[in-house]
Design a protein around this ligand. Structure first.
Ligand SMILES: CC(C)(COP(=O)(O)OP(=O)(O)OC[C@H]1O[C@@H](n2cnc3c(N)ncnc32)[C@H](O)[C@@H]1OP(=O)(O)O)[C@@H](O)C(=O)NCCC(=O)NCCS
Length: 152
């Protein structure tokens, strides 16, 4: 899956493998994405997640360097986009759009046609991106969660 992006950058979109873990963490750190290194984002947990059929994790790679990633999951009814990130020097070249499209296509192939994501209220840039990609903002839904501890 290789294509020439805007500004002549060749990017390959491929399934994530566990070898991509450290570069992925570096991307999240650089992009200030909140993540749970002791919990669901630990190497042990990501390794396990990669083996699950409902985890569709993809990376964007430029000549061997990981420049973006999406952790897509589904629950059999709906797809969820998690931890989407593109390294700052590769933004606004359509790479997130390609990662999201790849995930949407994989979902469609198993009959799932609803895709959702949670966005922090300060992240207006991300909201703009999802709006551009056809996603609707729901102002009448509040996120409730229950967790074993703060690390998970
Ligand atoms: C959000 C993010 C993943 C977008 O990645 P990207 O590769 O730059 O996005 P794309 O180039 O694929 O852009 C997709 C669309 O959104 C638009 N867009 C991209 N960045 C935008 C911005 N900052 N403001 C407004 N629109 C933007 C693009 O023009 C494009 O629109 P088009 O299809 O009409 O041309 C990237 O900015 C990022 O990694 N941010 C930090 C981490 C983050 O916030 N992740 C999301 C967590 S919910």
């Amino acid at each position: 899956m290789k294509s020439k992006e805007k500004n002549n950058i060749d990017v390959v979109i491929r399934k994530m493998i566990i070898k991509d873990y450290d570069p992925l963490i570096a991307l999240w750190k650089e992009g200030n994405i909140p993540y749970r290194p002791q919990g669901r984002d630990s190497k042990k947990n990501i390794r396990w997640q990669l083996q699950q059929p409902n985890c569709l994790y993809f990376v964007a790679e430029d000549e061997g360097t990981i420049v973006g990633a999406i952790l897509g999951t589904h629950d059999g009814r709906k797809g969820w986009i998690n931890r989407l990130i593109i390294t700052s020097s590769y933004r606004q070249k359509g790479i997130a759009k390609r990662l999201i499209k790849e995930f949407e296509n994989q979902l469609a192939s198993v009959g799932i046609h609803i895709v959702a994501c949670l966005i922090e209220d300060w992240n207006t840039a991300s909201m703009q991106v999802f709006k551009r990609l056809g996603y609707t903002k729901h102002t009448d839904i509040l996120y409730f969660s229950k967790r074993k501890n703060r690390k998970t």
